[in-house]
Design a protein around this ligand. Structure first.
Ligand SMILES: [Zn+2]
Length: 256
């Protein structure tokens, strides 16, 4: 199973060290000094915080969220902002769930409606949500949009549910040197049509993995601008926070 399509550059000496031995730093998710376990051959998805289990990529999301909320490096992120996180498990969720205006959700498939509660978790289809417009200050998605057959419909829906000035913080697989999104699969007449060899990502809700429909590129930034977002692409690398690798990309799209 392929995890991520962008080949890393050769590791620098520090990354070679972290691959074998891990590293210490301040975790941007739990806000504690911590040890980040071995990054092995995948700096994006590994290097788990020994305290909150957040990976390198989740720390990148936490890092950008802290900056957005003007929250410092230490302690659990605390805010009265209306935050929607399209993930109801893992370190980032557990370090945010104490906030009073925090909402978490997952997507359990087409047999459920947005707003249904499934196994105690709110089900939301990001392309057809049940939320009122202008509801959230922040929406967070973590490697979700590559699995949505019509991702720009979901981006448009997120634009609708964000307040003016609200922000969508997200990660997606992204070709840093490409112009057009790579449409690997799509749904036509209810059937999945594969245009390329299928890639499946690990998914805690699905033991068979979850299909990647699109890998994004510059086209995504342009289409987000057409929807009314102004997007900052953060390329993160900061050893103090255990954020390593050459694909530390977090997107911050603001509803204008
Ligand atoms: Zn942590």
């Amino acid at each position: 199973m392929r995890i991520y399509p962008i080949a890393d550059r050769n590791l620098n000496r520090l990354e070679s060290f972290t691959s074998r031995y891990g590293f210490v730093g301040i975790c941007s998710v739990c806000g504690l000094p911590s040890y980040f376990g071995k990054f092995r051959d995948n700096h994006r998805e590994l290097g788990y915080c020994i305290l909150c289990k957040a990976s390198n990529r989740k720390r990148q999301l936490g890092f950008v969220l802290r900056k957005l909320l003007n929250f410092g490096d230490f302690g659990k992120i605390t805010s009265d902002k209306q935050i929607l996180n399209a993930e109801a498990s893992g370190g980032l969720h557990h370090c945010l769930k104490h906030n009073v205006n925090y909402v978490s959700c997952e997507y359990f498939g087409r047999k459920y409606k947005s707003g249904d509660i499934v196994n105690g978790i709110l089900n939301v289809d990001l392309a057809h949500s049940h939320f009122e417009g202008n509801a959230f200050d922040v929406v967070m998605t973590s490697d979700v949009f590559e699995h949505i057959p019509d991702p720009y419909k979901a981006f448009k829906e997120i634009y609708r549910i964000l307040k003016p000035g609200g922000v969508h913080i997200f990660t997606v697989p992204f070709y840093q040197t490409g112009y057009f999104d790579e449409k690997r699969a799509e749904i036509m007449d209810g059937e999945v049509i594969h245009h390329m060899e299928p890639i499946y990502h690990l998914d805690p809700l699905n033991p068979d993995g979850i299909l990647v429909y699109n890998i994004f590129s510059l086209e995504m930034l342009l289409k987000l601008a057409q929807l009314g977002f102004r997007t900052t692409m953060h390329k993160l690398y900061d050893i103090r926070y255990g954020i390593f690798g050459n694909n530390g990309l977090v997107f911050e799209s603001k509803k204008i």
